[in-house]
Structures are given as structure tokens and as C-alpha cells.
Ligand binder design. Sequence first.
Ligand code: SF4
Length: 433
Amino acid sequence: MPSPRRVSVDACPGALRLHAAADGPLARVRLPGGRLTGTQVRVLRELADEWGDGHVELTSRGNVQLRALTGVSVDRLAGRLADAGLLPSPTHELVRNIAASPLPGGALDVAPLVGALDRALCADPLLAGLPGRFLFALDSGRGDVAFPADVAAYPLSGAVAILFAGVDAGLRVPAGRVVPALLAAAHAFLSERETQRIQDPSRSHRAPGSGDATVAAGIGGAWRVRELVDGPGRLAARTAAALGVPLAEPVALDQPGIVAPVGLVTQPDGLVSVGAVVPLGRWSAVQMKVLERAAVLVVTPWRGVVVPGLAPEAAPGWQHALAGVGLEAEQGSRWAGVTTCAGLPGCAKSLADVRADATRAVRAAAPGGTGPAAGRACLPVHWVGCARGCGSPAGPHVRVEATGRDYEVRSPAGSGRACGDGVADLVATARRS
Ligand code: SF4
């Protein structure tokens, strides 16, 4: 297997490599599967209080961020995170990007696989060379995390399909071989990108979604599977050869609609999960003080939180407690589907304070109504302060982009005028209020 080159231009922030944001250094802490304990929430709250802006941000990959860090060295921060079990591998901290279906149940039990994949990934020195944007996914069969990922386990027809960039190219493994298959798929990616870089070193393009004029393929190779030529087909063939399995007939897959877990959800084992929307993906200290009472929590890729495994008699109390601190634990929240990038004052590139403007727009929506500002009647709505579009949801969504004077509302093709028009009306209302 060819030795992969490290991508020198990939600057994803981490816990050891802080991003110099306009409001101060920013640390991103990876949470494989979005999973963390109540004790870890307490540590994050204390760190945010001591050195940050007092809040913890949730990302579109189910990770968390501490902003505006002042008066703390990287070593001291890393020590506190490591003591809490939030930094198990300094060498692999940027590549522990594992999405997992947040709710228990489904055709594939992903909860035990998250830890197994994380440990195996961190034990593989070559995989420290993955780009920081490369995403693994463990999908229970709901189709809620597999499709945006670079390599994903997705139960299908009595086996587990390994998808590449959301595409089935015929690779099947039994459930007991999911972790080795995903690792082999990651090695296949590193080998294939090196092959394509050598074959065509002049090939260059913008990394999709980055907005940067970065020569991704020309300098260090692709960051994502979709940047490779015939990525799914070539990676499936390489991975099948490494595993010694034949390829099956591929199946055309459509991503099912995603329903973010909100409210009480009964699990297959009779226990109950409580899901809540976190308005604009920011936990306050008061909210964290409630969350840290939970044994285990799951941060979702939709900037929500799930408290799983509750006794049925305890679940309504949890729902009430979350709602009491502004976490929206009932269906029909105006905040559902509404997200923003950092915007002003956190990002110097921003043309607007998108959080404040999105907040005005949400509050302008009729309580209990079905207006599209909350993303319920049409699609998720993502507000951004510039064309770079950081933190955009993985699936179709309405984009509200600051232009300097106002906002431009862009709906994906085929979503219908009413969706974008409804959002535009609310944006205008918010600007007038
Ligand atoms: S989208 Fe633009 S304004 Fe928003 S965080 Fe990214 S660079 Fe900053």
C-alpha cells in the first residue's frame, strides 16, 4: 500500500490546533458518534466559563467548540480535555470524525460500534494521515447519517453495505466486520488519492464547500471521496480486494427524509429517549448544568441533543427540565431546522450578525405555526455571513446569505417558490423589527 502524503493545507481546527477566530482562539473537540457523558459536559462548561465565552457550540458533525479562549495555553487546555477523556489520542484527534445514528434501535446497533471504530482508528498510525474533513458514519438503517459521509456502514438486505460518498458500489460485509471494513475503506481512500495525485499532479480544483481557492488535489490530494475520479467504484474495488470479498450488484439508494429526534421517543428496549432542539446550536451554562445530570448524552448532527436510555417514568421529568432551560423538547419548535454560521463578532469575514438576525426571524414566526423560518414547512434554513457557507447542513436546505446590505435567500432547485418566499418574508420582517 503506498504511503499517503499528509495534506498540508487542511487546516481544520482541533483541540491541539486552535483556529484564530475574530473573537479569539477556537478549539473543536471531536465527539465520535456525538456521544459524551454528563461529567464531560460539566468539564466543557467549566472550560467555557474559565477561559471561553461561557457557551459551548454544537457543530453540524455532532462535535463541540469552545470559542474566544483567552488566558489558557494549548497544553493546559489539552490536559484538562485529556483528563476528562475528551482527547484520547493527540496524534489522531483531527481524524476522529465519526457520525452515528443518534437514537437506539434500527437494523444495525451502532452504539457499540462507535467506540470500537474510534479505538481501532486511533490505533492505526497511517490513518492519522486522513484529512480532517474525512467522515466515517455508522448508520442504524434510518439513513440519517450515511449519505453525507465519505465511508459509511448502512444495513441493507441482510448484510451491511459500505457506502462511499453516499453511493453503493456493491461492497457488503457481515455486521461483525463493519469496523475492519471501514478502516480498509479509509486506507483505500489514502491509496487512491495518492495514485490520482501522482497520475495527474496538475489537477486542481476548489475543495467543495470550502470556498477557498485551495488546490486540494494538486498539493496534497483529495480531502473527500467525492473529490476523487470515480471514487466510489475505485474505493469499493480496492476495499473488496483488501477484505477478500466479492462485490455484489450495486443498489441505487435515495436518502430518506431526516427527522431530527425531538420529544419523547420510545426505544426498542422499552426505555425512552428525550430529544431537544438546541436553539442556534449553543449551550449556555444554565443548560449545561441540566445536561450534566445525565449519564450519557448524544449531540446530533442537526445541532440537537438526545438523552437516551431513560426509564419511562423519568422521561417526562427530563423533557420538562430541558424545556425549562430553553432546550426545545416538544415537536413543532420554531427553532427546529434553523442554524447559522458564527457570523459577527466571531468571524471577521462576516457581513452581518447572523445569530441576532436569525433570532429575530425565528421570533417573528408565529408561535406554534408552520412557517418556513423554522424549516418545518419546507427545508432546514441556514444563515451565513458570507459566501463561504460554513456549517451548512449536509442535505437540501434554504440558504440565507448576508450581502452587506441585506440577505439573499436561495432555495435548492425543485423545492418550490413558496419555501424560499416564505423565508424571505420572515427575513424582511426580522429586518424591520
Ligand atoms: S460563512 Fe463566512 S461569515 Fe460565516 S463563519 Fe464562515 S467565513 Fe465566517
